[in-house]
Design a protein around this ligand. Sequence first.
Ligand code: SF4
Length: 643
Amino acid sequence: MDFKVLFSPIRIGNMEVPNRFVVPPMGTNLGNPDGTISQEMIDYWEARAKGGWGLIIVEVTAVDPLGKAIPFQPCLFDDSFIPSFKKLADTVHRYGTKIAVQLHHAGRQTSSQIMGEQPVAPSPVPCLVSKEMPRELSTGEVYEMIEKFGDAALRARKAGLDAIEVHGAHGYLIGQFMSPHSNKRVDEFGGSFHNRMRFPVEVVRNIRRKVGGAFPVIFRISGDERVTGGINIEESRAAARVLEDAGVDALHVSVGVYGSMQYIIPPADIPPGFLLPYSEEIKKAVSVPVIGVGRINHPALAKDAILSGKADLLSWGRQSLADPETPNKVAAGLIEDISPCIACNQGCVGYIFDPDKMKATCLVNPFCGREGKMKIEPAVKKKKLVIIGGGPGGLEAAWVAAARGHSVLLFEKESVPGGQFRVGAIAPAKQEITKSISFYTHMGRKYGVDFRFGVEAKAEQIIAEKPDVVIIATGAEASIPDIPGIDNPKVVTSTEILLGLKDPGTRVLVIGGGMVGSETADLLGEHGHEVTIAEMSPEIGRDVQESVRYFLFRRLKKYKTTIYTNTTVKEITNDSVRAEKDGEEIELRGFDTIVIAVGATSVNTLQRELDGKVPELYVIGDASETRKAIDAIEEGASIAIRL
Ligand code: SF4
C-alpha cells in the first residue's frame, strides 16, 4: 500500500511539519521532581524524534505551580526551566522533527496531595474523579492566569521550541472555563458562550502578544466532553471558529474530561479512529489544519483519515509508546515490524497512576521510558540460547536476543505461539493481543529464531542442544482449588471455556471474579449463556484496568450477569454449590457448567532438572511467579539485553 500522503509536509503557522505523524502530549511522569526535563525524558523523546515523527508535543507542562496534575510534570512557570527545555529541543531538532510543548493548568482535575494546596477552578465544583472541592479563582486571579500562559509560551519560544499547544481539552482549567458542566461563574468569565470563551480567547491573545504573530499556536479542544451538561460537538465547532479568529494556527481534537476518562484513553473496547468524526466536524468549521486522534494505530487508517478529509495530521498517542519507530517503518514498508499498541492501558496510564510504578512504559514495548538504560545492541559474545515457552516473556526474550546476534531455539508445547496471552485474547474486545503475538513471532523469524511449536522439551533434549543459556518461560496453568466436589464432571477451567474445548450449556457459574473470571463471564454472556459469578472479595474485576473495567462491567450488566461478591464456594455438589456469603451459608443451584477461574499456578518442572547442568539458567514470567504479561515481557527483554 502506498502511504505517500502521510509523508507530505504541512504548515502550521510558520512551522513546516515534515510529515503527518504527531506524538500528542501524554503524561509520562518521566520529568525531574523539580519540574525540569530529565535525561530520562530527553532519551524518551529522542527515540521518537529518531523514529521519524514529524511533530512531537511535549506532555502537559505547568504554567503555574498550582496547576500540576501529576507529580513529575515538566514546568515553565519561571525562567529557570528554560535550559532543560532547550537541551530537549536541540536533541529533537537533530532528527528534523518539530517540537512543541503543551501549556497546561489542571484546575480542579488534580489534588492537594499532588500540589500541597487546594486546587483552583472557575467554580467550586469538584472533579468527578478526584472529588476534591476546588477554590474558586477570583476575577483578578483569572486575569493573572492569562498572563501566566503567555509568559510560559514566551519561555517555550526562548528555549527554541517550534510551537506551543494550549491545553483546552480533557476538562483541565481552560476546558473548565469553556464548559457549562464546570463553569458556574457570573462574572465576565461565566454564563454565556461568549463569556465562557473569554478565558481561552484571552489566553490565546496574550500568548500571541508575547510570542509574536508568526510563532505557531495549536489549541487542543474536546469535541465532546461526554458528561452531563458538558460541551458537545455543536458548541465545539462554534468554539473552534472563535479560537481561529483569536489567532490559533491549528486545532487538535480529542474528547472527554476526567469524568469520562474511558474516552480520553480508550481501551480496546472502542474501535480505532473512533474520534475522527469529531475532527472531521471541526475541520468543516475552520480553515487551519486539524489534528485527529483516537486509537490511530495503523497507517491505512491514517491515510484514509487524511484522504477523506477527516484530519490533516494524526496523533498516534499510545502507538508512539508501543513503537517509537512507527513512522520510519511505515516509510520503509516494514508494516509487520511495527509493534502494535493493544490498548490495554496497563504500562502507560496504568503505571502512571500506580503509586509503586509512577512512570509510564508500555506492555508491548518494555524499552519505552527506559530508552537510556535498555538498548538492543549487538552482543559482545554470541551465545546459543534455548528458551522453553512461547508465551509473551519467552517470545520477547527470543526476538530481542536474536536481534542482538544470539542463536535462539524456542520450544513451545502448543502448536501455536502465545501461551496464556493467546487465551487472554479470546474474550470480547481482547483480540488486539493477537497482534502483538504476531509481531513477536514475525520479529523472531526475521532475526532467525528457530521456533519449534508443538514440542514439549524435556531436560535431556535441552541439555543435548549444548546451550550457553537456558531461559525457562513455561508460564502458568489454572489453579484448581481444593474443595469437595472439584472432580465433578460439570467443573471446567476458564481456559477450556475460552478455547472452546467445552460446551458450557445454558446456565453457567464462574467461580472467581478477577480479570480472567470476569472476562470469561463476558464471553459467555455475549454468547447468550446465563452467567453467575461468585467472587470471594467485595468486588469483581479488581485487577482490571479502570477504563477496561468500565466497558466490561457495562456488558456484564447488559447480559444480566448475576454477581455474588464476598462469596466463598465451600463445596460443589452435582449442579450446585454450597457457599458462604457475608458469613451466611447459601446454595446456588441449577448450573450446567461450573467454571474455575481462581488464579494461576507457576509451571516450572525444568528448573530443578537443569540446575547446574547448563552454564546459565534463568526463569522468567509466570514460571517464576504468577503476575501479568507486562512483567513477563519486561523480564524477557531485560534478560535478553544482558546476555
Ligand atoms: Fe498501548 Fe498498552 Fe502500551 Fe499503553 S501499555 S501504549 S495501551 S500497548
